[in-house]
Write a protein that binds this ligand. Structure first.
Ligand code: 3PG
Length: 225
C-alpha cells in the first residue's frame, strides 16, 4: 500500500491499519493546529488520524485535515450520535470512532459507506457488534477494561473480531497490545501531547509518531523506513 493510494475513497482502512497499526487522536480547537499536528504525525510515519469531537470547532478541524493533509486518512472520533456521524462524513471523515456502541451511529456509517469502530468493553457489547455485522470494534477504555488479558479472552471467543484498544495505551504497553493476534491497531492521545502542541513543538509529535511506528514494527515483525 503506497501513500499515494490514500486518495482513493475505496481504500481499505483496515488494510492500512494492519501495516501501520497506530491511530493518534487529534484534539484541536483551531483548524491550523489540527493541520500542523496531522502533518507532524505524517512526518513521523503515521497514516491515519482520528480528529475527536471534543471541541467547539472539531468539525472545522476535521474538514481542514481532510482537505489539506493528503498523506493522512482523517476520521472522526468521539462521535456520540447519528447526527454527529452524518456531520462527520459531510466534513470529510473516512471512518467513524465512538466511545460506545450505538445502533444509530453504526447505521449512519453503513448508509454513508464508511467504516465504523464503536467502543466495546464487555462480551455482550462485542456480541451485539458482531450481530450488527461488524468485524472490528474499539476496545475502550483499554487498560481499565482488562487490558491484554481481557483482549486475549475476547479474541478466543469472538474468533473473527478485530479490536482497536484505546485508553491508557502508550509507548510502554503499545508493543504488548499489538502482540495480541486479535488486535488490529491501537489508538490514543499520547502521540499528541497538549503541552507540546500549545508550545508549537511539533517536532515532539513527529518524534512520538516515529517512536510508535518503530514499536509497532518490532511488535509485528515488520520493518518500516
Ligand atoms: C479515546 O477516545 O480513544 C481515548 O480518549 C483515548 O484515551 P487516551 O487519552 O488514554 O489515549
Amino acid at each position: 500500500m503506497e501513500l499515494s493510494d490514500f486518495g482513493d475513497a475505496n481504500v481499505n482502512i483496515n488494510d492500512i491499519l494492519s501495516s501501520r497499526p497506530v491511530v493518534p487522536l487529534v484534539r484541536a480547537d483551531d483548524p491550523a493546529v489540527a493541520v500542523k499536528t496531522s502533518e507532524a504525525l505524517a512526518k513521523g510515519g503515521l497514516t491515519v488520524v482520528e480528529v475527536v469531537f471534543r471541541t467547539d470547532r472539531a468539525l472545522e478541524c476535521l474538514r481542514a485535515v481532510a482537505d489539506e493533509v493528503p498523506d493522512m486518512i482523517a476520521g472522526a472520533g468521539t462521535v456520540l450520535s447519528a447526527g454527529q456521524a452524518d456531520a462527520a462524513v459531510d466534513n470529510g471523515a473516512r471512518f467513524i470512532v465512538s466511545p460506545g456502541l450505538d445502533d444509530g451511529v453504526v447505521g449512519v456509517a453503513r448508509e454513508r459507506g464508511v467504516p465504523v469502530y464503536p467502543g466495546t468493553m464487555t462480551p455482550s457489547e462485542v456480541q451485539h457488534a458482531f450481530n450488527l455485522g461488524l468485524d472490528t470494534v474499539k476496545f475502550f477504555p483499554g487498560s481499565l477494561a482488562g487490558g491484554v488479558p481481557m483482549l486475549k479472552a475476547l479474541g478466543s471467543v469472538f474468533r473473527t473480531m478485530k479490536f482497536m484498544p484505546t485508553g491508557g495505551v502508550g509507548p510502554g504497553n503499545l508493543g504488548e497490545f499489538l502482540g495480541v493476534p486479535a488486535v488490529l491497531a491501537c489508538g490514543g492521545s499520547w502521540l499528541t501531547p497538549a503541552a507540546e502542541i500549545a508550545a508549537g513543538n511539533y517536532e515532539a509529535v513527529t518524534r512520538l509518531a516515529a517512536e510508535a511506528v518503530g514499536i509497532a514494527g518490532a511488535a509485528r515483525g515488520q520493518h518500516h523506513g
